[in-house]
Write a protein that binds this ligand. Structure first.
Ligand SMILES: NC(=O)c1ccc[n+]([C@@H]2O[C@H](COP(=O)([O-])OP(=O)(O)OC[C@H]3O[C@@H](n4cnc5c(N)ncnc54)[C@H](OP(=O)(O)O)[C@@H]3O)[C@@H](O)[C@H]2O)c1
Length: 255
C-alpha cells in the first residue's frame, strides 16, 4: 500500500503554491516523499511557505513567476534543465477569481482570468510534458478545475469558461500524451476555505447558501483535497487518465 502512494524520488512542480490549496498540495506531496517546487508571484508569500516546509524537513524550492507568462515559464524550465532537476509531477493550480456581471465585463478582465486559469495550464504542461516525453519515464499532470467545470453561477463567466476549458484540456492532454505514459487528470474542488473565498465567508447570505446547498452542510478544508492529489500524482492512478475528480462534499451530486 505504501509503495502505491509513495512519491520518494519524484519532483513535483505545484503552481500557485505559496498559499491556500496549492500549499496544501505541496505539503501533502512532500509528506508522501516528493521534492516540491513552489510557485507564486509574491516574495513574502514564498518566504513564509518555504520556511514552513523546510522547518518540517521537506525538500522544497521556490520559483517566482507569473503562470501566464510564456517566456518566464520557459526560463524556469531552462534553469531546471541546467540544474538537472526533472519534473515528474505538475499540479496546475494557480488561479484567480474576478466577480462582475458579464454585461459590465471588460475584455481585459476576461482575458486576464482566462490567461491565469486556463492558458497557464497549457503553457506549463507543454514545457513539462516535452521533457517527460524526452526522458521516457512518464509523468503526472493534475489540472485544477472547480465546480464551475460543470455548472455556472452568475458573475463569474470568465472563471467558469476557464474551468470548463480545464476539463476538456485535461482530456486533450490524456488523448495526446497517454502513449508517453503521462497521466493527466483533474481535481474539481468545491467551496473550500482559502483566501480566495474570504469575502464569501464573511458574506452572511452567501455563507448560509454554501452550507445549505451542500449535502455535507459545510465548507471544505484545504487538507481534504490532499489525498486526491497524492492519488493522482502516484502510481496508484497509473491507468486513470483524462478524469476529473470532484472533491466537493457532494454538492454536484444534488444538481
Ligand atoms: N478555494 C476554493 O474554494 C476553490 C474552489 C474551486 C477551485 N479552486 C481553485 O483552486 C486553485 C487555488 O485556489 P485557492 O483558493 O487556494 O487560491 P488562493 O488562496 O487565492 O491562492 C492562489 C495562489 O496562486 C498564486 N497565484 C495567483 N496568481 C498567480 C499567477 N499569475 N502566477 C503564479 N501564481 C499565482 C498565489 O501566489 P501569490 O500570492 O504569491 O501570487 C497563491 O499562491 C485555483 O485554481 C482555484 O480556482 C479553489
Amino acid at each position: 500500500m505504501q509503495t502505491l502512494f509513495n512519491l520518494s524520488g519524484k519532483t513535483a512542480l505545484i503552481t500557485g503554491s505559496t498559499r491556500g490549496l496549492g500549499f496544501a498540495y505541496a505539503q501533502g506531496l512532500a509528506q508522501a516523499g516528493a521534492k516540491v517546487l513552489l510557485n507564486g508571484t509574491r516574495q513574502e508569500h514564498m518566504d513564509t511557505a518555504l520556511e514552513q516546509l523546510q522547518k518540517q524537513g521537506f525538500d522544497a524550492r521556490g520559483f517566482l513567476f507569473n503562470v501566464a507568462d510564456e517566456a518566464a515559464i520557459e526560463a524556469v524550465f531552462q534553469q531546471l534543465d541546467e540544474e538537472s532537476i526533472h519534473v515528474d509531477i505538475v499540479i496546475n493550480n494557480a488561479g484567480i477569481q474576478f466577480r462582475k456581471p458579464m454585461l459590465e465585463l471588460a475584455l481585459s478582465d476576461w482575458q486576464r482570468v482566462l490567461d491565469v486559469n486556463l492558458t497557464s495550464a497549457f503553457l506549463v504542461s507543454r514545457a513539462a510534458a516535452k521533457r517527460m516525453v524526452q526522458r521516457q519515464r512518464g509523468g503526472k499532470i493534475i489540472n485544477i478545475g472547480s465546480l464551475t467545470s460543470e455548472a455556472a453561477r452568475p458573475t463569474v463567466a470568465p472563471y467558469t469558461a476557464a474551468k470548463g476549458g480545464i476539463k476538456l484540456l485535461t482530456k486533450s492532454m490524456a488523448a495526446e500524451w497517454a502513449p508517453f505514459n503521462i497521466q493527466t487528470n483533474g481535481i474539481g474542488p468545491g467551496y473550500i476555505l482559502t483566501d480566495m473565498n474570504e469575502a464569501l465567508v464573511e458574506n452572511e447570505e452567501f455563507n448560509k447558501w454554501v452550507c445549505s446547498s451542500n449535502p455535507s452542510g459545510r465548507w471544505g478544508k484545504p487538507d481534504e483535497l490532499v489525498g486526491t492529489a497524492i492519488y493522482l500524482a502516484s502510481s496508484a492512478s497509473d491507468y486513470v487518465n483524462g478524469q476529473m475528480i470532484y472533491v466537493d462534499g457532494g454538492w454536484l451530486a444534488t444538481l
